[in-house]
Structure formats: structure tokens, C-alpha cells
Write a protein that binds this ligand. Structure first.
Ligand code: MTE
Ligand code: MO
Length: 367
């Protein structure tokens, strides 16, 4: 047998029954959305399996989509078979191909940057659009999955092979990228690529969604330290310049990272200057520190982690530029970039977890 017929033969044996292909596509798309979004919150290397799962599922979708298109292509190419739902099918296909194409191009190091948005942002857009589209598409030819479609042993083998092949394809691509030394070669476990150099000019200015405040007047600036502390107080920008230094890696979910030396004040020292944390009543133990931006954008860290974090006024020896969060920004090692609040005006010790931060970071900055 030729290599080609062997591959075709293997693919045929791997192909699930039609209904199973359809339901798998649905499940894979949902799983991609979930792993993709959750991966945005992962900044520690132990989280690597999540990124690999996202990649393997993506390659799996290519195979599933191939099987599906081979089966239904006449419904698309033969106008006599068009129905009202065909438009939705085409739209769903476009979103799927868009997500796959942008994901693949991204992996090979291609990027286009439109102000704050990168190719990865476009990928996320396609991916999020795909979830409701696939759901709506599924209802147009709804068939419940049957047990025969997912016969236990064959199903287990099939999907294990599919995901393993997906991961192997990704690994192979890494080899190709390394060999050709493409822009996609050098990556962190998150997929982010390095931005080399020191100081303000070495890395991009990034807003998560819409934050774009006017520069803050240094002389008028006050930082409020309050909440569950003994002596709430305010201080000016110069007092934050406490000379504490730390090297930390900023990894933005738009796909780049940079290692910089940050200077400023340790948050633990800042809280000590406020007389330390204080218990107001027994039910409200100090547990989180919330950092709020002049724009309202905010994030909280557990107390112990926050104490070791830095409120930075400097980067790579320079005074922080406005775009990077002057006069002061949070430096939170092992957290993704969107949690490194810029233009901090309030540090507040709190008892409760702040669920609202997940929404506020998305909508702050909109008028
Ligand atoms: N107030 C505020 N802080 C913010 C953001 C924002 O939009 N508003 N963007 C975050 C994101 S997504 C990242 S990656 C980092 C980027 O920091 P930089 O602009 O200094 O590179 O800042 C974070 N801090
Ligand atoms: Mo980011």
C-alpha cells in the first residue's frame, strides 16, 4: 500500500458515524471556548496541559470538519439542495474556518496589530461567535445522539487517537517553526512571544478592552490605602518611589511577554505603613487586597500574594510612562497581564472575593 492510501485508510477507520461527527464538533467547539477562556487566567507553568488540550482539540476540529464537509458538501454546492438553514450553515462554516485559520496563522508567527487588537484577538472573536452559531446550526437538523454512535470501546480509542494526533501535529509544527526559525518559533508555554529590551519602549502598551485615561498629573496624584487596615492614609507619587526592585514577567493574553526589572514599593510595606491589616469584626477577616485604577478597572489578589506584589513606579530604570500606568501600576508575578492594574489610585484590604472584577475589567473605560 502507498503511504497515501495508508493515511486515507487510517482516517477512514478513525471516522466516527455521521451523528457522532456532528455532536463531536459541537462538543469540541464548546470545549475550545472553555479551554481558551480559562487559559487566559493561567500564568503558572503547571497550567500547560490546558494549552495543549486547546491545541489538540483545534486539530481535532480540522479532522471532524473534514469528515463532515466530505459528507455534506453537495448540500452546499448544489443550489437545488439549498434550504433556508443553508445560510446559517455557511455562516457557521465561515466562523469555524476563521477560527482555525487565525489560530494556525498565529501559531506560525503571523500577526497583524490593529491598535490594541492582535490576530489572537480576531481568533477569540471567531471562536466566541462560533459557539452560538454551532448551537443554532445544530437545531436546524436536530438528531439526538444514539448509543450506537458512541459504542464504548471504539469511541474511547477513536477520541484518544484523535487528540493524540492533534497534540502530535502541534509538536510537529513546533519542530517546523524551529527549523525554519520563523516568528512563531520562540514561545512561552502560554504561546506568548518575547518582547526583548528594557524599559518603557521595550514592550507594547495594552488595554484589555477600552481603558484609555488622560495622563495623571503627578503632583496632584494621591494613592488611597484603606479598607481593613488600622490607619487608612493617602500618599503621593514620590513616596511610592521606595526603591524596592523585582524582576517579573508580564504575559499578556494578546500573545506577548516581557521580562523587566520593576521598581517601586512592596505592597506589604505599603500595608505596614497603614498600620497593618485590621480585623473589624470576627466575620470579616482581611483576605484580599483590591487594586483599583483611576478608570475603575480593578483586580484583587489574596492577601499573602498581594503583600509580595509590587506597586511599581519604574520599569527598567525609567520612570513608568503614562501608557504603562504612571504614576503606579500593579506588578503581580505569575498572573496574566490583564491583572496588572495600571494607573492605580486605591489599594484596599477586603474580606470578600470580588466577583465584580470579571465584569468591570471588560466594561471599564466605556463612556
Ligand atoms: N487600568 C487598566 N490596567 C490594565 C489594563 C487596562 O486596560 N486598564 N490592561 C491590562 C493588560 S490586558 C495588560 S497585558 C497589561 C499591559 O501592560 P502594559 O500596557 O504596560 O504593557 O496591563 C493591564 N492593566
Ligand atoms: Mo493583556
Amino acid at each position: 500500500m502507498s503511504v497515501r492510501s495508508r493515511v486515507v485508510d487510517a482516517l477512514d477507520r478513525l471516522e466516527p458515524p455521521p451523528r457522532a461527527v456532528d455532536w463531536s464538533l459541537f462538543a469540541f467547539v464548546v470545549a475550545e471556548a472553555v479551554t481558551g477562556l480559562v487559559s487566559f487566567t493561567v500564568g503558572v507553568p503547571e497550567g500547560w496541559p490546558l494549552f495543549w488540550l486547546h491545541r489538540a482539540l483545534g486539530v481535532g476540529i480540522v479532522a471532524l470538519l473534514g469528515w463532515k464537509l466530505a459528507r455534506v458538501r453537495r448540500r452546499l454546492t448544489d443550489p437545488g439542495l439549498w434550504r433556508r438553514s443553508t445560510a446559517l450553515s455557511v455562516l457557521t462554516l465561515v466562523a469555524a474556518l476563521g477560527a482555525l485559520a487565525t489560530g494556525t496563522a498565529w501559531v506560525f508567527g503571523l500577526d497583524v496589530r490593529i491598535s490594541y487588537w492582535t490576530l489572537l484577538s480576531v481568533h477569540v472573536g471567531f471562536g466566541l461567535a462560533l459557539v452560538p452559531l454551532v448551537a443554532a446550526h445544530a437545531t436546524t437538523r436536530f438528531r439526538l445522539p444514539r448509543r450506537v454512535d458512541f459504542e464504548r470501546r471504539r469511541t474511547a480509542v477513536r477520541y484518544t487517537v484523535l487528540l493524540a494526533a492533534g497534540a502530535a501535529t502541534y509538536r510537529l509544527q513546533q519542530g517546523v517553526n524551529d527549523l525554519l526559525d520563523t516568528a512563531g518559533a520562540d514561545r512561552r508555554f502560554t504561546g506568548s512571544q518575547p518582547r526583548e529590551g528594557e524599559g518603557n519602549a521595550a514592550f507594547p502598551i495594552t488595554s484589555w478592552v477600552a481603558d484609555d485615561p488622560d495622563p495623571i498629573d503627578r503632583d496632584a496624584y494621591r494613592l488611597t490605602v484603606d479598607g481593613l487596615v488600622s490607619d487608612p492614609f493617602e500618599l503621593g507619587a514620590d513616596e511610592l518611589d521606595a526603591g524596592h526592585r523585582t524582576e517579573a514577567l508580564l504575559d499578556c493574553t494578546s500573545g506577548w511577554y516581557t521580562v523587566q526589572e520593576w521598581g517601586g514599593i512592596r505592597v506589604g510595606d505599603l500595608l505596614d505603613a497603614a498600620g497593618g491589616t485590621a480585623v473589624e469584626d470576627a466575620d470579616r477577616e482581611p483576605a484580599y487586597v483590591r487594586f483599583t485604577s483611576v478608570t475603575g478597572y480593578r483586580w484583587s489578589l489574596p492577601l499573602a500574594e498581594a503583600e509580595d506584589a509590587l506597586l511599581a513606579t519604574r520599569v527598567g530604570g525609567d520612570r513608568l510612562s503614562h501608557g504603562h500606568g504612571a504614576p503606579a501600576r500593579l506588578v503581580a508575578p505569575n498572573r496574566r497581564g490583564f491583572q496588572w492594574v495600571k494607573w492605580v489610585t486605591r489599594v484596599e484590604v477586603r474580606a470578600e472575593y470580588d466577583l465584580g472584577q470579571w465584569v468591570v475589567t471588560l466594561v471599564s473605560g466605556f463612556e
